[in-house]
Design a protein around this ligand. Structure first.
Ligand code: SAH
Length: 457
């Protein structure tokens, strides 16, 4: 799939500074579904084009994919996904031009803040629900829209038009706005149903559409499709947008996302344990740490993760450098693996493992059990993990799929209960299993939580 962005602003080669890409060089980067390439087919002072080409591997795509409605056996491998612009292209946009999307430019900040003449070209863009939809979506944002319907097969014109457009957009816009419009509206036009949608999609929608979607005549369609028809998410997002309008008395309170519910549930257990020192094991980007820092009860907090990259993100997001010393002094972030015994974990009153165990290979989980329950031995250990049964409520996920590519396993309620009971009896703990999130009558809660207490504590 291909996207080109062209400018005639003089000197046009400034586009390279704005996108943080040298037009003389091509770059290749990895993507969850294959590889992306950025290169410049033309770069003169009068006219410069930057192309983003995504090579998607149908076999990789087929692995992460829901069975869905179409039942033909080869459909997962032979389909339009490698060619048609879709959410994969949006992911690549963020990967390739993330800095430009945030509106920053090291060398040309003034240009990044200025509307410039741009042309974006998408040679194969699905337009599900009518070929005029692209016009309805981009015209209100100030674009001149040239949409040419592609024939199903040029050799057999009588077969008629395909649902794909050759789309050209022209406007004077800020580059960051152009990228945000494409980022949100390409998946909306595609309306594909091939990947897992979680609460972070709302954040992305608010982040990239916050400034323009509220006033857009197709706001509801955009929200509905971007969130892949997940009704609960959509209601939450709509409440956000409505929230901006203070006169709207019907505005529903924003429902807490599953992520928030999970963190609150874990924080509640940690508070209830009475512990004053806590461990957040596999702390990720620090969402739980933020809640813990806000509670005076926790005098020493240790966040550990195996990935230096997410630890750096945590440091950024918690704005550690800006916190008063009295707060900052309570938190330590360390890099380490939970599969190796680590003296820094000893002596804590309580520990949390939030959505971590499923990131280890199931046959290596015993190493973590020994490190946490055998060696560190906190008085309380709170573990959360997805409930695999609940996945069936997500239309986009078929039975047997996991919620994230990175999950090595997801357990049913019975499997988690059995694991928790075995760990408790092996290491001298008692355990209680609790649901987290809105429970389905038949399938249970989206997240399951085990609260372990050391028997001698
Ligand atoms: N607890 C966080 C992050 C969950 S994602 C949250 O709820 O937001 C899982 C995290 O576990 C990732 O950040 C990953 O880097 C980390 N992780 C995976 N294997 C690990 C290991 N062996 N030791 C420590 N952390 C690990």
């Amino acid at each position: 799939m291909l996207l080109t962005i062209t400018t005639t602003h003089r000197p046009a080669t400034d586009l390279g500074y704005l996108l943080h890409k040298n037009p003389a060089r091509s770059v290749t980067f990895d993507l969850p579904v294959g590889r992306g390439h950025v290169f410049s087919p033309e770069a003169t002072p009068e006219r410069c084009t930057v192309a983003l080409l995504v090579e998607a591997d149908p076999v990789v795509i087929s692995r992460g994919r829901a069975g869905g409605a179409s039942g033909t056996p080869l459909e997962p491998y032979v389909n339009d996904r490698p060619y048609a612009a879709s959410s994969f292209l949006s992911t690549a946009l963020r990967e390739a031009f993330g800095t430009a999307m945030s509106g920053r430019s090291r060398e040309r900040q003034d240009l990044a803040d200025t509307a410039l003449p741009f042309t974006a070209h998408l040679p194969a863009l699905p337009s599900r629900g009518g070929l005029d939809l692209a016009g309805r979506l981009f015209t209100p944002l100030g674009y001149r829209v040239t949409a040419r319907a592609r024939l199903l097969d040029p050799q057999f014109p009588e077969w008629g038009e395909s649902p794909y457009l050759d789309l050209t957009l022209d406007a004077e816009v800020r580059l960051r706005d152009l990228l945000a419009h494409l980022y949100v509206l390409i998946p909306v036009l595609d309306d594909g149903k091939h990947y897992y949608v979680d609460e972070t999609e709302i954040d992305k929608l608010l982040r990239y559409a916050g400034g323009w979607l509220d006033a857009h005549p197709e706001r509801d369609l955009v929200t509905r499709r971007f969130l892949k028809h997940r009704h609960a998410l959509r209601r939450a997002a709509e409440a956000h947008f409505k929230g901006a309008d203070e006169d709207d008395e019907d505005a529903a309170p924003v429902a807490p996302t599953l992520n928030q519910q999970r963190l609150e549930a874990v924080a509640r257990e940690l508070r209830g344990s009475g512990a004053t020192s806590v461990l957040d094991l596999g702390c990720g980007e620090g969402n739980l740490l933020k809640l813990l820092l806000a509670e005076r009860q926790f005098e020493t907090i240790l966040g550990m993760d195996v990935s230096p990259r997410v630890l750096a993100r945590a440091r950024d997001r918690l704005k550690l450098d800006e916190l008063p010393e009295a707060v900052r002094g309570r938190l330590t972030l360390v890099q380490g693996s939970l599969t190796y015994r680590d003296a820094r974990l000893s002596g804590a009153g309580a520990a949390a493992l939030v959505e971590v165990i499923e990131h280890l290979d199931e046959d290596r989980l015993w190493t973590l059990e020994r490190v946490v329950f055998g060696a560190a031995r906190p008085g309380t250990v709170v573990v959360t993990t997805p409930n695999a049964e609940y996945n069936a409520t997500w239309a986009t996920l078929s039975a047997g799929d996991t919620r994230h590519e990175d999950h090595r396993f997801e357990w049913t309620r019975a499997q988690f209960t059995e694991w928790a009971a075995r760990v408790a009896s092996t290491f001298g703990y008692t355990v209680t299993i609790k649901p987290v999130g809105d429970e389905d009558e038949r399938l249970g809660p989206p997240t399951q939580m085990a609260v372990f207490r050391r028997e001698d504590s």
